[in-house]
Structure formats: structure tokens, C-alpha cells
Design a protein around this ligand. Structure first.
Ligand code: SF4
Ligand code: SF4
Length: 94
């Protein structure tokens, strides 16, 4: 039995144009959802800096904005890096 080499495999995951991530709503991949206790938030914006999906918005006054749930995959990184532990990851009810 001969196996295919990598050159024989069909190409996948091509990025055909730069900056197209906004076209792909990946929020439905999520199992857990971040729940922010805004009373405790100190607006350090670590969550914004570390979110791999750019799903966290910053307001014009440089405070924490909304979490764009169309793009949040529920990875929990924001919760891990929050210094005051005000983001709780909760199981999402679908
Ligand atoms: S759970 Fe992950 S994807 Fe969602 S806002 Fe937090 S860091 Fe971003
Ligand atoms: S990391 Fe925590 S304290 Fe900092 S802005 Fe995000 S939610 Fe607020």
C-alpha cells in the first residue's frame, strides 16, 4: 500500500484575502461563555489584549466594552488573565 505524500493532498484552509476574519462568525463553536462582573472590573484591558479572536471591544474612553459573541469561541483566556478574576466562564445554554 502506498500512502499519499503531502504534495498529493488537497489544499485546505487557504486565506484568499487579508483581513477577512470578520466574515466568519465563529461564536457557535462555543461551549462556555464569558460572564463579566463589571462591578469588579478595573478596566486594565488585559482581556482585550489577550483575546485571540479580537472579540472584546474597547470603548472610546478606554474602558471595557462589549464582548462580541458572534466571534467569541469561549476559550477562557480572558478569564485566565483577568487580574481581579471578574470573568467567569459559564456553560452556555443553547
Ligand atoms: S472566551 Fe476567548 S474568545 Fe471569548 S472573549 Fe474570552 S478570550 Fe476572547
Ligand atoms: S481583564 Fe478583567 S479587570 Fe481587566 S478589563 Fe478585562 S474584565 Fe476588566
Amino acid at each position: 500500500m502506498s500512502e499519499k505524500g503531502w504534495k498529493d493532498l488537497a489544499a485546505g484552509g487557504k486565506i484568499t484575502e487579508p483581513g477577512n476574519a470578520a466574515q466568519y462568525k465563529t461564536g457557535d463553536w462555543r461551549t462556555f461563555i464569558p460572564d463579566v462582573d463589571r462591578e469588579k472590573c478595573i478596566n486594565c484591558l488585559f482581556c482585550y489584549l489577550y483575546c485571540p479572536d479580537m472579540a472584546i471591544e474597547v470603548k472610546e474612553d478606554s474602558t471595557l466594552g462589549e464582548i462580541k459573541l458572534d466571534y467569541c469561541k469561549g476559550c477562557g483566556i480572558c478569564s485566565s488573565v483577568c487580574p481581579v478574576k471578574c470573568i467567569e466562564m459559564k456553560k452556555e445554554e443553547k
